[in-house]
Design a protein around this ligand. Structure first.
Ligand code: ATP
Length: 461
């Protein structure tokens, strides 16, 4: 039954000349229980929708319109032509941001084409809402990552997660497994490839027969057997020893394996999710990782952003950990968020989570969290540039400029211009206060305002 399958907005404007044909189409959709909302060109779309047009000359205008609204509705746009489309022109609308384009009369089942997509988007929306409750963050880059995760969860191909330590690879794997729609899905089995003992011929993966090696006192199943019908998560895949890379490839291709010490082939069928914080493309180039295995495991490739690329998520994560891990619901002083948002977290979310634990443990009573709750060892050491927050990034940026051939004077000028810009912005354009903060004369900042154009080098750092 299609009853109330989804809400669709039909974005109508002057793209249709033949309004009676359009009315028939809308009637057909309503009959199929699509909850239709009609929007006009000046209205802002808020969800999935269909743009109808009925003459090829409207194509340019439709493409411009689709391009403008695509970010507002997450590209959930179907462009439907009510008249024949010249060959090859559908690309224009797809490139503009439509996710599907077809001709109403030429499509085999136009109503089903629309309803199937709406149903899919509705489900993806619910999954996204769920993911936002577990995988905390509201930055644009994190939202895009969660959309990718929701998409990966419903696809059945292998997933490769790339990300630094502590970016949430294991947590995400658990969510992909939870959202995986396979009927009768079995368990998630986690194997950390750094713990595989070379001398045991991969028995962690293959299992072994009794007596296959010293200490093999009984027959045991390995991860391939345990993950049968479920999901196998190979953490730190980049560390898998070369002989086991070849074996894994065979298991993925054939779906069969032998226990160590056995001659019997056994069948297995699992979904593979792998993760690594290594640069696997480099490892493939240098011969440390098999190219054929790389292609096999990376049906879906997802790069997880380090925390420094989504600093605006830090206050939300802090609140989440305080409430979720420590049941603390008190107010947090903005200065605490500010400090945590500029601090370096090489261990990413895990490191932030541990710091929040230390803060929660130090906090006394029911009052708000203040800077005083930050343990001494975690405070910035002022005057000592080695320990200033952001030092690692500054060093990286200077390194890049150095290798790009930028000299010392230009480097100094760039940093000075940046400092001036930041101080003026921080003091809302108040030159006097900005100069006081920087310990320079107001005249220097006045001059900066007049002369210093944004430095082109600095934008890309
Ligand atoms: N977006 C997030 N929202 C809430 N908690 C998170 C998020 N990302 C990571 N965490 C938490 O941070 C910790 C580290 O996450 P996880 O173990 O998944 O990282 P990882 O990338 O697998 O790390 P490693 O590579 O070191 O194994 C966990 O306690 C996890 O719950």
């Amino acid at each position: 039954m299609l009853k109330n399958i989804a809400r669709a907005e039909l974005w109508l404007s002057h793209f249709c000349r033949n309004l009676s044909e359009l009315t028939d189409v809308i009637y057909t959709l309503e009959k199929a229980e699509v909850d239709v909302q009609i929007l006009h060109q000046q209205d802002q779309p808020t969800g999935p929708g269909v743009v109808f047009f009925d003459h090829p000359s409207a194509l340019e205008a439709v493409a411009a319109y689709v391009n403008a609204i695509a970010p507002l509705c997450g590209q959930q746009i179907i462009a439907v032509s009510l008249s024949a489309l010249p060959k090859g022109t559908a690309w224009k609308l797809l490139n503009a941001g439509a996710s599907d384009v077809f001709v109403w009369n030429a499509a085999e089942k136009p109503v089903e084409s629309i309803t199937a997509r709406l149903r899919y988007w509705e489900k993806a929306k619910q999954q996204l809402q769920h993911l936002h409750q577990v995988l905390i963050g509201k930055s644009k880059i994190w939202h895009a990552t969660l959309r990718q995760i929701a998409e990966m969860a419903s696809a059945s191909c292998p997933v490769l997660l790339l990300g630094e330590s502590g970016t949430g690879k294991e947590l995400i794997t658990r969510e992909i497994h939870a959202l995986d729609p396979r009927p009768h899905k079995q368990d998630l089995v986690v194997v950390d490839c750094t713990t595989i003992v070379p001398g045991l011929s991969g028995s962690e993966l293959f299992g072994h027969e009794k007596g296959a090696f010293t200490n093999a006192i009984s027959t045991r199943d390995g991860a391939f057997a345990l993950a049968n019908g479920g999901t196998l998560f190979l953490d730190e895949l980049g560390e898998l020893p070369a002989p086991l890379q070849a074996e894994l490839l065979r298991v993925l291709q054939e779906g069969t394996y032998k226990r160590v010490g056995s001659n019997t082939w056994r069948k297995t069928d699992f979904r593979l999710i792998s993760a690594t914080n290594r640069n696997l493309t480099e490892d493939v180039k240098s011969g440390h990782f098999r190219q054929d295995l790389f292609y096999r495991v990376s049906g879906y490739l997802c790069r997880l952003p380090p925390l420094r690329e989504r600093r605006e998520d830090i206050p939300l994560l802090v609140d989440h950990f305080l409430q979720h891990d420590h049941h603390k619901h008190q107010h947090v002083d903005p200065e605490v968020y500010e400090y945590l948002s500029v601090r370096d977290f090489p261990g990413n979310v895990r490191e932030l989570q541990q710091l929040v634990s230390r803060i929660a443990n130090k906090h006394m009573g029911d009052g708000p969290f203040t800077l005083g709750d930050i343990p001494e060892a975690d405070r910035p050491v002022f005057g000592d540039a080695e320990h200033l927050p952001g030092k690692g990034e500054l060093e990286q940026a200077v390194k890049r400029l150095f290798y790009a051939g930028v000299g010392l004077k230009d480097l100094k000028d760039m940093v000075t211009a940046f400092a001036k810009e930041i101080a003026i912005e921080d003091k809302n354009g108040n030159i006097k206060e900005a100069a006081q903060q920087l310990g320079c004369s107001e005249r220097i900042l006045q001059m900066h305002k007049k002369t210093d154009a944004p430095n082109p080098y600095l934008r890309g750092i």
